[in-house]
Write a protein that binds this ligand. Sequence first.
Ligand code: UDP
Ligand code: MG
Length: 317
Amino acid sequence: MLSIVIPIYNETKIITNLYERLTSAGLLWHEEYEVILVDDGSIDDSLEQMVALTRKDARFSVVKLSRNFGHQAAISAGLKTAKGDAVVIMDGDLQDPPEALLSLLEKWREGYEVVYAVRQNRKENIFKRTAYSIFYRLLQRISNIDIPLDSGDFCLMDKKVVNVLNHTLTENIRFVRGLRAYAGFRQTGVTYERDARSAGKSKYTASKLIGLAISGLLGFSMFPLRIAVYAGLFISTTSILIGMTYFVIRVFNIPLFGHYATEATGFATLAVGIYLLGGIILLMLGLLGEYIGRIYIEVKDRPMYIVDEVYRQGEAE
Ligand code: UDP
Ligand code: MG
């Protein structure tokens, strides 16, 4: 059996369309399947619509979270509930076309345990596209694991991998596509065309998106911490060299830029030096704080989501 996990947050305009596209694509899979819609605290009538779907089609169920916990948490809630031999994660806005599932399934049947979908092109504005592109390339550069380029959460995972995500990789700040790469197993990518959002607006605010990018970068790399070491080394060595230069200039009384060292010049150099160094120190302190904040969150070990109700066939269980 196949499980399909779809996080939903205020997608009322899309749900009927999603149902149609998914069930008609499903005719080609030749596989029994269940669809787990995770309601991530929607405040429109998405929940009512989804519950109505579960009444109409017994393959659909709804996991209602107690409030909005965010996309990654909603996915994790769905993965916990999924019972399939393979689990697919896809967005609810039809940016991940249900028709592409067929090629994911084929690879799984060939024996791959993780089949991630790689976007061929994005139908989003140039600013967002560039930001995404830089992010994925930076992530691949600095992370200790091999996170494939341009692959989002849209993927198919074997039960084995889902078990690892559910029970072994239990960190609270979740970056699912990173954890998936970390898990290992036989992985392969399949390219697809990422569509534009079918209706409504993106539910990722700029700050949520930046938060996700930061959890990807900091969660899978210690490189940012090392920047402080490199910067420290560089600044100390240059300072020693400059110090020695000044010493020589003073002792042999050599004019520098037309001035002798005995004349009190170099105010700008001093001022810039102080502010620049202060800025660098604060920046590094903030970066350190980001890591410490993450330790704090992980140590508190609060649940990453809270399930309110699970609906099957129109009824809350
Ligand atoms: N989503 C969610 N919780 C959130 C934000 C988004 O469950 O806090 C869902 C949303 O309903 C959609 C999917 O996650 O099904 C991807 O979100 P969206 O399309 O807004 O993100 P984008 O594609 O713009 O990055
Ligand atoms: Mg989207």
